[in-house]
Design a protein. Structure first.
Length: 568
């Protein structure tokens, strides 16, 4: 993998390395993945869900990607609705019999992406519409070191730069583009499905059962007698995990936690633990999470949370949004328990004042120091750093000038060979053609050498290769011409030097690649214009070099008989 590390100035990240991927992402390698859960006993798809399914099907077809939908029941009916709305859409409806809370459906969709060989999996809620412009912006930031990219949504805490990983700074699977290969190393973790305090509570969550003690305590809580609760009280779960009744009881569980304290690991915000673990395993520089501010796209990032009158599901959504930080923090603490103990132990050796209520960069408490992982927050538009752009444009201009600097030698050879009443000989015409175009003949070899050099020693090595090829050839031309060698040997030597200069022609492709890879697509037109201007200026300057040399050196034998030496 070719990597380029520059410090970004503005555009959403400060002092963040921006490695490059040699192959830009393609929509053909994307699988759109959504999930849909129905309460137990549902026999008919609600009308609101039908509308969302049809909109999802048509928008995904327009996006040009395949789709997968995870459901716990009614898979045949779901498939019929989607095919009716978008017959040409490639879609797979996956049955997930054990739904859990969040993770099983997400990992089932991930498995489908792996089975298809999809490079990326685009998780999105059914209520979300992803336009092509939004996907292309996410592609802009999806380099070889990227784990996940997602846009800022309502409820996110956004601040340009590198931020600690929390439930409000991370991309959400409401709309997020993941690397299938990187995420496939672990999948989403079971801890994100929650860890009840004991096996009895887990049984009640899975089966919907409750005991007399729990019911009695629940009645006391409902009447406001929180001081009479039994020590082992758990709010009753009136339905199986993931059912409508479970959604409703989740609100009660959240309220009761304020009474008895945090004694269990809650479910949800599965993105945080997955990112934290993969950054721990692969290193932060190889599993980057990126959150994009796409406010300029306006309504193209649409999240329509219409529950069709389902108050239980609406309350469950509000609970999830209200606990975006607390839930993953508890999961992280459980996941990295030993490391937490070590950190807390070292903290206890310091004055207690050091563990006060200081706030971090995103308005979080000092407890954020115990979090693992980081997220890069980027602004809407990113331009290449000024210094990088100047180097790349200068390289394009320099090689263009090197190309046109040979025109004077070509015209001199043509004029010397052509008599008043005859055309130039065939060898002369061949010499002129090779002298002009010879600089481009070694392009395949130059590209190979450039890629090899950048793989070994970064992109700066490719620029040095071009500089050495051009500089060495021109120094050799000056030394050769100083010896006064003429005739066919001079022509052969000049052709060899043009081929040597051609070893640096790969810089034209490298410079364009670097500039395009360091910016978002809204900058492409501007960059293309600047590259064309740099090339035109270089061509003009190179063609004028013999005249400039003659003006500086004065009229003499060298400028008149050896214009290529003057240009060099």
């Amino acid at each position: 993998t070719h990597r380029l590390r520059w410090d970004l100035q503005g555009g959403g990240a400060a002092r963040a390395a921006f490695p490059l991927a040699m192959v830009r992402p393609s929509r053909a390698g994307v699988l759109s993945a959504t999930r849909l859960h129905f309460p137990a006993g549902t026999e008919v798809v609600p009308e609101a869900i039908v509308k969302h399914l049809k909109v999802y099907a048509t928008s995904t077809l327009e996006l040009g990607v395949a789709a997968a939908v995870a459901v716990n029941c009614l898979q045949a009916e779901i498939l019929r609705i989607i095919q009716e709305a978008a017959p040409a859409l490639q879609v797979q409806v996956l049955h997930v019999p054990v739904w859990g809370a969040f993770v099983p459906a997400l990992n089932t969709l991930l498995g489908e992406a792996q089975r298809r060989g999809a490079t990326y999996i685009l998780y999105q809620s059914l209520e979300v519409q992803c336009q092509r412009s939004v996907l292309m912006r996410m592609f802009d930031h999806f380099t070889s070191d990227t784990l996940v990219v997602g846009p800022v949504l309502d409820g996110h805490t956004f601040q340009a730069g590198e931020q600690p990983l929390t439930g409000r700074t991370t991309p959400w699977n409401t709309l997020a583009l993941w690397s299938t290969r990187k995420l496939g190393l672990t999948g989403f973790l079971s801890v994100a499905d929650g860890m009840p305090r004991n096996s009895i509570q887990l049984t009640r969550q899975l089966t919907g059962e409750q005991d007399a003690v729990s019911s009695r305590n629940w009645a006391r809580l409902a009447s406001g007698e929180s001081n009479c609760l039994d020590d082992d009280f758990d709010p009753p779960t009136t339905g199986a995990m993931g059912t409508e009744q479970w959604w409703e009881s989740s609100m009660a569980r959240m309220q009761s936690e304020t009474v008895r304290g945090a004694a269990e690991v809650p479910a949800g915000v599965e993105e945080v633990t997955a990112i934290a673990l993969l950054q721990h395993l692969l290193g932060g520089s190889r599993a980057r999470a990126k959150l994009l501010d796409l406010s300029s796209l306006g309504g193209e990032v649409s999240w329509k949370a219409d529950w069709g009158g389902d108050e239980g599901r609406k309350q469950w959504h509000e609970y999830k949004m209200a606990s975006k930080v607390a839930r993953p923090a508890a999961q992280i603490k459980q996941l990295f328990n030993a490391r937490f103990r070590n950190r807390i132990s070292s903290k206890l050796k310091q004055p207690m004042l050091a563990m006060g209520n200081a706030c971090g960069p995103c308005g979080q408490s000092q407890e954020s120091e115990l979090r693992f992982g980081s997220v890069l927050h980027y602004g809407e538009s990113i331009a290449p750093p000024t210094q990088v752009a100047a180097i790349c444009l200068l390289s394009i201009g320099l090689f263009s000038a090197n190309f046109s600097a040979a025109f004077a030698a070509v015209f001199r050879g043509f004029n010397n060979d052509r008599s008043a009443d005859s055309q130039a000989s065939l060898p002369t015409v061949a010499f002129m053609g090779l002298l002009i175009g010879g600089v481009y003949l070694p392009i395949p070899l130059s590209l190979f050498l450039t890629r090899f050099a950048t793989a070994v020693a970064d992109h700066i090595a490719g620029l040095i290769l071009c500089t050495l090829a051009v500089l060495t050839s021109h120094v050799a031309i000056v030394m050769w011409e100083a010896n006064g060698i003429e005739g066919w040997r001079q022509r052969v030597f000049l052709l060899c030097m043009r081929l040597l200069q051609g070893l640096g022609s790969g810089v034209l492709f490298q410079a364009r690649f670097v500039l395009v890879s360091l910016c978002t697509q809204d900058r492409y037109r501007e960059l293309h214009a600047r590259m064309l201007i740099a090339g035109d200026v270089g061509l003009g300057l190179g063609a004028l070099l013999p005249w400039i040399g003659t003006w500086l050196l004065g009229e003499g034998e060298l400028p008149r008989n050896h214009p290529e030496a003057v240009s060099s």
